[in-house]
Design a protein around this ligand. Sequence first.
Ligand code: 5GP
Ligand code: MN
Length: 321
Amino acid sequence: MKMKKISSELQGAKSIAVGGHVRPDGDCVCSVMALYRYLKKELPQAEIDMYLEEPPATFHVLEGIEEIKSEFNTDKSYDVFIALDCNDERLGDALSIFRRARKRINIDHHISNTGSGDINIVEPERSSTAELLYDLMEPELVDTEIAKAIYIGIAHDTGVFRYSNTSPHTLQIAAELLKFGFDFSSLIEETFFEKTYVQTQIMGRAILESVRFMDDRCIVSMVSRRMMEFYQVGPKDLDGIVNQLQGVRGVDCAIFMYETGTLEYKVSMRSNGLVDVSKVAVKFGGGGHVRAAGCTMNGTYHDNINNLSHEIAAQLKKEQK
Ligand code: 5GP
Ligand code: MN
C-alpha cells in the first residue's frame, strides 16, 4: 500500500505536539509513544512534546513513557498538533493546546470521527490508529522501540488479533514488526492479559451481578462509586469487563457502566456486529466502532439501560425484517 507519509505535512515545523483521548487505551498510548519517538528521529531539530492523561501503569514497558506531559496548563502555541485516536471532543484538557496550534492534524480510525483537523487522516477500516500510523512512517526510521509500540497498539485494539477488524494487512504489518525481535509474548501478557488481584475481583463481582434482558440477547452490569472505593480501584482497573460480558453465548450486545458522578455513568458497549453500537453511542453524545463504542450518560442506572435498550431494540428489530 503506497501512502503519503506524515513528513509531507510537517515541512518547516519547529514545534510539534502529539496527543490522544481522555482515559487513554492501549492503541492511544502506543500511538502517541510511537509517533513521538518517530518524530524525534525524523525532525531532530524540532521540539516535540506529548500530552496525554497518565496512562495505565502497565505501559511502563514502553521506553520514554515518563516523558508524557499530563499537566495541560501551558500557554505554548505549537506549529503542529497531531491528535491521535480521537477527534477534538475527546482531547479533554489538551483541547486548548490543539486549538492554539497553527496546523492541526487528526489521525484516527473511529467511524464516528468526522474530522476535526486542518488535515484529517481518518480510516475506519483500519484495525487501530497504530496500524494506520505505521503506513504513514518511513520504514527506514522505524526502530525496535517504535516497532514495539506499534505492535502493542495493534494487539490491544484487535483483542490480540482476534476481532474482525484484523485484516490481512494488519497481520502483514505485525509480521514486519516481529522481525525487530522484541519479546512480544511477555509484552502482550503484561499489558493486555495480566490483571491485579483487585482488578480480577471487581471483574468477578461485575460478572456475578450482570443481568440479561431482551430475550437474553443483551447483558448489562454496573460498578458503583461505592464498589470502586471498597475494592480501591479506579476506572483504569475496569478494562476488559465489557468484553467478558460480550463473550457470553447468545449475547448480541453487552453494556457495562461505571458511576463517574451523581447520576453520571461512563458507558461501554460491545456487539457481535448485529447491533452497530457506534450508532447507539453517537445518539448519546459518544462514539466508537460498530462492535465497540462508548459514551457518558446522565440519569439513573435504570433510566440509562432503558434509553440504551430502546436504541438497541430498534436496530435488532430492523435486522429481523
Ligand atoms: P471503551 O468501551 O473500551 O472505553 O471504548 C470502546 C470504543 O469506543 C473505543 O474505540 C473508544 O475510543 C470509543 N469511545 C468510548 N467512549 C467514548 C466516548 O465517550 N466518546 C467517543 N467519541 N468515543 C468513545
Ligand atoms: Mn483505537
